[in-house]
Structures are given as structure tokens and as C-alpha cells.
Design a protein around this ligand. Structure first.
Ligand SMILES: Cc1cc2nc3c(=O)[nH]c(=O)nc-3n(C[C@H](O)[C@H](O)[C@H](O)COP(=O)(O)OP(=O)(O)OC[C@H]3O[C@@H](n4cnc5c(N)ncnc54)[C@H](O)[C@@H]3O)c2cc1C
Length: 414
């Protein structure tokens, strides 16, 4: 294992850290304060300012791009920063400390996963039309796989259809949890649909590029995650009714949907986990500061009950998690997804658990303030909790880890 950082990644980390501290954090604080000052806007989820992007934010993106802090996730040196996953890990961790940061650097989900799909599987024309503007941050995207009608932890279950009709493909069905679909810049959707029910179960589905303004596409409602709308991108339920597109909208040709879904989730999942290390770090920092500055019963909060042990346990858990994430990153770099499948599932289970536990402690030591919008903790807890489902529930990943483990001892285990 080699988790060593290069001079370039260290230098990028230093600049990223400064940029977040001097530019992103102050804006985040201003946005948080403005929201808590206008509770009527918080209640009205359709309020334009929740689902819009401020000029200040766009200016920040422009500055980040000018400084070369842009598309850091993409291993391609021409289109992205050309970093390995091991090099990207500390940068993503730094971004994970703030819910706003990764989008400033064009490194946010679901766009990173969608850009990787286009990068690896897209035709030249698809890349030109959709990858280029995504890389430039001019547009954003959503990934429409999960359906309300079927258990979507099993990707082969998807029942929405993508039927080839001559030189067109016709889409019908209902998707939900389409993250990012509420963003004002969302222009392109990646839709997974059933093309050939008689084919091998891994060759039945296709992925189709759907411009959001295509007739028949309807965003029916925005879903909340435990009361949070995660605006301005949010998560939508969307119906597709006789949506007709030219056949060249199918990514890599009909029947490749399952394969693309599997490929997309390697880097996408690992980026989420890298950010969760940062989220847990930030929560621990807030817990320590709060515990040191307040007193109750004549003692600092940190000296009450088992709080010191909890801090030690959090530090140990975060350090373990970081090494586990770096291990998965190194395996992805050196052996590709085939050699990293168990490792990616291991961190997919471990990272949200650790983050959820650390944030929970931080909420507790903040008392009532921890549950309020004055601190980022309630949102952070919800984000960590959601990631025990998003990109596949814990149990599916545990099943995969167990399968790899047992396969060491018997060929019969599949
Ligand atoms: C915040 C958030 C964002 C999301 N973003 C997106 C997105 O952008 N695009 C998208 O397509 N989807 C997205 N999802 C959906 C997510 O990927 C699915 O919710 C997830 O894959 C589970 O599918 P399901 O909800 O249909 O649960 P089901 O498949 O119905 O599973 C329910 C439960 O059954 C149990 N279970 C399932 N399989 C197994 C098993 N093999 N072993 C043991 N127990 C099992 C688990 O406890 C599981 O949680 C998002 C979800 C959330 C919460």
C-alpha cells in the first residue's frame, strides 16, 4: 500500500484549504444566517431563492476555476486535474467539511458520477454536447435510476422502459430520488430503462441521455430527506411519458445499462466516502470547541460524563476510516474497479456509520443548538444517514463484502 502524497497534491490541498477558509466558509455562514432570518422562506420550499443560485456563489465558482481548483476529481490530466484517487482523497475530505464546497469546485454528486459515465462510455458527439458543458460548470445533471414501484437496491429490477422503435428510443416510467433535478442549471438526465426483458439479466437495461426539456418529462414533486430539501439541487420524483429521442441518445448502445451503473458507482461511491471523512472531522472539531467553551455544574462540558472518552473514540474511528478509504482509493488506482469491489463496499458501509455516530455526539454536546439551523450538524447527520441508502443500502454492500470473503474458502460461494 502506498498512500503517499505528491508535491502537486499537497500544493493543491494547501490552496484548496485557504480558498475554503477565506471564500467558501464566509459565504456558507452568510447563506445559513440569511435562511434562519427568513423562516417563511424555509417553510415555502418553492420559494425562488431556495431553488436558485446566488451571483455570489457563481462568482466563487469562477474564482475557483481561475485558480485551477476545478474538476479535481477527474483523473484525466487534460479535462480534469489528472490526480489519482489517493491524491484526490485529502482534497475531497477537505471539501466534505462544508455542504457547499464540492459544488464550488465542480466536484459535486451526482455530476461527478455522470461526467465519469460520459467520459468512459459516451460517444464523441455525446461528450461534445453534454460532457463539455458539465466540465465547464455551465449545466448540471441528474441520474434517474431508482423507481418508487420496485425495490431499487437491485438494479436489475428497474421496470421503466427504454424501447427501441426504429431509429428512436421511447421512454416510459416513473423515477424518484433523482438528485439534482431541481437545480436551475439541470439540463440533462441519465435514465435507466428496460429495453429487452428476454435478454440476460445484466443485458436487459439501457442508459439514455434525456434533455430535461424533452416533451413527456415531468418533475412531479421534490422530496424531502428528514425535512431537508437539499436545495438548490434537491431530489425529485419524475415521470417519463412516451419520451421520444433519437437512438444515438442511448449511451454505449442498448443493453449496457447495468454495466454502466456498476462502473459509475466505483468512483462516485468513493468520493462520497472521502467527503464523509471531512464531515466527521468537522463535527468533531465543533464538538471539541463547544465542549471547551461552555460550562455546566461547575465544569466544562468536555469534563462531564464520558465526553473525553467519546472524543477519543471519535478520533480513533475517523483515523481508521481515513485509512480504509485510502486503501480503497489505492486499490482503485492500482487494480481498477475489479480489484477494489470489496474495498469500495467496505467503505460504503463504514463511512456513513462513523460520520453518523460522530455527528450524533456533536449534536448531543451542543444541546438544543445542535438540532437547530444555527449549526450544520442536523444537516450533516441527515446527509450521513441518507448515504446508508443512497448508492445502495448497507446490507447490499455487506452482502458483497461477505461474498468476497467467503469466496476465499469455497469456489461454491457466489
Ligand atoms: C438522499 C438520497 C439520494 C439519492 N439519490 C439518488 C439518485 O440520484 N439517483 C437514483 O437513481 N437513486 C438515488 N437514491 C435512491 C437510492 O439509491 C435507493 O433508495 C437505494 O438504492 C435503495 O432502493 P429502494 O429505496 O428502492 O429500497 P429497497 O430496494 O426497497 O430496499 C429497502 C431495504 O431492504 C433491505 N434490503 C435490500 N436489499 C437487501 C439485501 N440484498 N440484503 C439485505 N437487505 C436488503 C435494506 O434494508 C434496504 O434499505 C437516493 C436516495 C437517497 C435517500
Amino acid at each position: 500500500m502506498d498512500f503517499g502524497q505528491t508535491e502537486r497534491s499537497r500544493e493543491l490541498l494547501e490552496r484548496l484549504r485557504t480558498f475554503i477558509a477565506t471564500e467558501v466558509t464566509p459565504l456558507e455562514q452568510r447563506i445559513r444566517a440569511a435562511r434562519s432570518e427568513t423562516p417563511e422562506q424555509r417553510r415555502d420550499v418553492a420559494a425562488a431563492d431556495l431553488w436558485s443560485v446566488s451571483p455570489e456563489y457563481r462568482e466563487l465558482q469562477r474564482k475557483a476555476r481561475d485558480q485551477g481548483l476545478w474538476n479535481l476529481f477527474l483523473p484525466d490530466a487534460e479535462l480534469g486535474a489528472g490526480l489519482t484517487n489517493v491524491e484526490y482523497a485529502p482534497l475531497a475530505e477537505e471539501m466534505g467539511r462544508s455542504p457547499f464546497a464540492s459544488a464550488v469546485f465542480n466536484c459535486d454528486a451526482p455530476d461527478t458520477g455522470n461526467m465519469e459515465v460520459l467520459y468512459h462510455y459516451g460517444s464523441e458527439a455525446q461528450k461534445q454536447k453534454w460532457l463539455r458543458p458539465l466540465l465547464d460548470g455551465e449545466i448540471r445533471s441528474a441520474f434517474c435510476m431508482t423507481e418508487p414501484g420496485v425495490a431499487s437496491s437491485d438494479a436489475t429490477n428497474m421496470a421503466a422502459t427504454a424501447v427501441v422503435d426504429g431509429d428512436e428510443v421511447v421512454l416510459n416510467g416513473r423515477k424518484w430520488w433523482s438528485t439534482g433535478i431541481g437545480h436551475p442549471d439541470c439540463r440533462i438526465l441519465i435514465f435507466m430503462g428496460l429495453t429487452d426483458p428476454d435478454a440476460h439479466r445484466y443485458r436487459r437495461h439501457s442508459m439514455v441521455l434525456v434533455p430535461i426539456d424533452t416533451p413527456g418529462v415531468e418533475v412531479e414533486r421534490m422530496l424531502s430527506t428528514m425535512g431537508f430539501y437539499d436545495e438548490p439541487g434537491g431530489h425529485g420524483e419524475v415521470s417519463f411519458t412516451d419520451v421520444r429521442l433519437p437512438l444515438d441518445a442511448v449511451i454505449a448502445g442498448p443493453g449496457r445499462g447495468f454495466e454502466i451503473a456498476q462502473g459509475r458507482l466505483g468512483p462516485g461511491r468513493i468520493h462520497h466516502c472521502m467527503r464523509l471523512v471531512g464531515l466527521a472531522e468537522h463535527a468533531l472539531e465543533l464538538a471539541c470547541r463547544r465542549g471547551l467553551e461552555r460550562t455546566a455544574f461547575g465544569k466544562r462540558l468536555i469534563d462531564l460524563g464520558g465526553n473525553r472518552e467519546r472524543i477519543a473514540d471519535a478520533r480513533i474511528a475517523i483515523n481508521q476510516l481515513r485509512l480504509l478509504v485510502l486503501n480503497a482509493a489505492w486499490l482503485l488506482d492500482t487494480q481498477g474497479l475489479a480489484g477494489a469491489r470489496s474495498a469500495v463496499s467496505e467503505i460504503k458501509v463504514a463511512a456513513p456509520r462513523v460520520a453518523q455516530q460522530v455527528v450524533d455526539f456533536a449534536i448531543q454536546i451542543h444541546g438544543g443548538a445542535g438540532m437547530s439551523g444555527d449549526f450544520p450538524l442536523a444537516g450533516a447527520w441527515t446527509a450521513a444517514r441518507a448515504l446508508r441508502l443512497a448508492d445502495g443500502p448497507d446490507e447490499v454492500h455487506q452482502g458483497l463484502v461477505a461474498r468476497f470473503e467467503l469466496a476465499k474458502y469455497t469456489e461454491a460461494v457466489k
